[in-house]
Write a protein that binds this ligand. Structure first.
Ligand SMILES: Nc1ncnc2c1ncn2[C@@H]1O[C@H](COP(=O)(O)OP(=O)(O)OP(=O)(O)O)[C@@H](O)[C@H]1O
Ligand SMILES: [Mg+2]
Length: 384
């Protein structure tokens, strides 16, 4: 099988007129999400679990088994016994680190190919990324196919490494160009990135990561918190089929239509989830204040939203917190009232591990930890 010869960007034959209705709908969905970001008083705190959940979902497409609860427990000093699970957690945490780093990097300078190399380096910082030329574009011919299949049996052979840098330069120039529609431009950037397959590994994850970055840089979103992995995972076969068809007549328009639908679906999902988290925060704030009448209630709640599974001893390390016995009294009240859930009882010098179960269930979209209240349901949560 010969290496694929990709189209030079911008691709010809994107039928913008045919895409117009979907462009309108996708833009409205994104604008609603953006509006919500403006209204959230403490987005870093409230959106933090959504970022972790995206790291979990995007890494799951690659095949890692870790879930949100595994990550949060690990952070609370509860690692799993199996080595492979620990490696999975490491991969997810790398993904989240790369996401957070990307946000910081864009504050300092515009996106460029070096940003991409840096993110790849962070993503591949693990045992599994050892031989994967971390932070470098590939210099070898790669191919996509069943695990360990020879190139003759490949489903797709990306362009030769000889032309890769040139294609990446064009890709970067297209990123910064003024295209007729930014969302269609983004659909092209994602697809062309996957076609070029510039790295030995991690192309799927980086291709998904650049989506919020582009929207942030183009000022379509005021925060790069928009995630599409759930859609790509749910519609994986269609996603791959459409990518594989690129180059055929009408293929770019079909691909962009699919991508725009993904933006709409995910913007609506992300909005629902962010709104539900915000509602939960407001409800718990009131409840915790009523229960404790404490000046520490809100800082404590903020901490729990950022770290929904934690050791009680983690709190005493925070600034401006009361004495350990006072913290124990506060946590005891929250436990008795069903706000906190015990993951592990304390024993001797080992601190107890607690969870804000409702927040985790809401992010996961199902009941993973015992809680009195219902799982994520936008109708429920908005009336809380
Ligand atoms: N026929 C194809 N043409 C172009 N790109 C493809 C094709 N099939 C799959 N892909 C892309 O390749 C990605 C996988 O590449 P790679 O293994 O380098 O990335 P990853 O991040 O390690 O894996 P994953 O995407 O499974 O998480 C897929 O996510 C998809 O975006
Ligand atoms: Mg891979």
């Amino acid at each position: 099988m010969e290496p694929f010869e990709p189209e030079l960007l911008p691709p010809q034959g994107v039928n913008l007129i045919a895409l117009l209705p979907l462009i309108g709908v996708a833009n409205r969905a994104i604008a609603t999400l953006d509006g919500l970001f403006y209204g959230i008083p403490n987005p870093n705190v409230l959106l933090s679990p959504i970022t972790t959940q995206e790291a979990v979902l995007s890494s799951r497409i690659e095949g890692t088994q870790a879930d949100l609860e595994d990550i949060l427990k690990f952070e609370a000093g509860e690692p799993p016994k199996e080595q492979s699970r620990r490696e999975d957690i490491h991969e997810v945490m790398n993904y989240r680190n790369a996401l957070r780093l990307s946000e910081k990097m864009l504050e300092d300078k515009p996106f460029c190919l070096n940003t991409l190399l840096k993110l790849h380096s962070v993503l591949m910082d693990s045992v599994r990324g050892h031989n994967k030329a971390r932070g470098q574009f590939r210099t070898i011919q790669n191919w996509i196919g069943k695990s360990d299949c020879p190139i003759e049996e490949a489903a797709f052979v990306p362009p030769s490494p000889i032309y890769l840098q040139e294609h990446m330069n064009r890709w970067e120039a297209y990123w910064h160009s003024e295209a007729p529609d930014a969302l269609v431009q983004l659909s092209v950037l994602h697809a062309q990135f996957e076609i070029l397959h510039p790295f030995n590994d991690g192309n799927g994850r980086l291709g998904r990561m650049i989506i919020p970055l582009f929207l942030f840089e183009k000022k379509i979103l005021n925060r790069p918190s928009f995630y599409m992995s759930a859609f790509f995972d749910a519609r994986r076969d269609e996603y791959i089929t459409l990518l594989r068809a690129l180059g055929a007549p009408g293929s770019w328009t079909r691909w962009s239509r699919f991508f725009l639908e993904g933006i709409t679906v995910q913007a609506e999902e992300n909005t629902k989830k962010a709104r539900a988290i915000q509602d939960l925060y407001e409800r718990l704030k009131k409840q915790v204040l009523d229960l404790t009448h404490s000046q520490y209630a809100v800082p404590l709640l903020d901490f729990m939203f950022e770290r929904p599974i934690f050791r009680s001893s983690d709190i005493s390390h925070l600034e401006h917190m009361p004495s350990t016995p006072m913290i124990a009294t506060l946590l005891g009240k929250l436990k008795r009232n069903g706000i906190l859930h015990t993951v592990r009882e304390g024993a001797g010098s080992r601190a107890q591990v607690l969870a804000l179960a409702e927040l985790i269930n809401l992010c996961e979209g199902k009941n993973v930890l015992g809680t009195k209240s219902a799982t994520f349901n936008s109708q429920n949560t908005s009336s809380l």
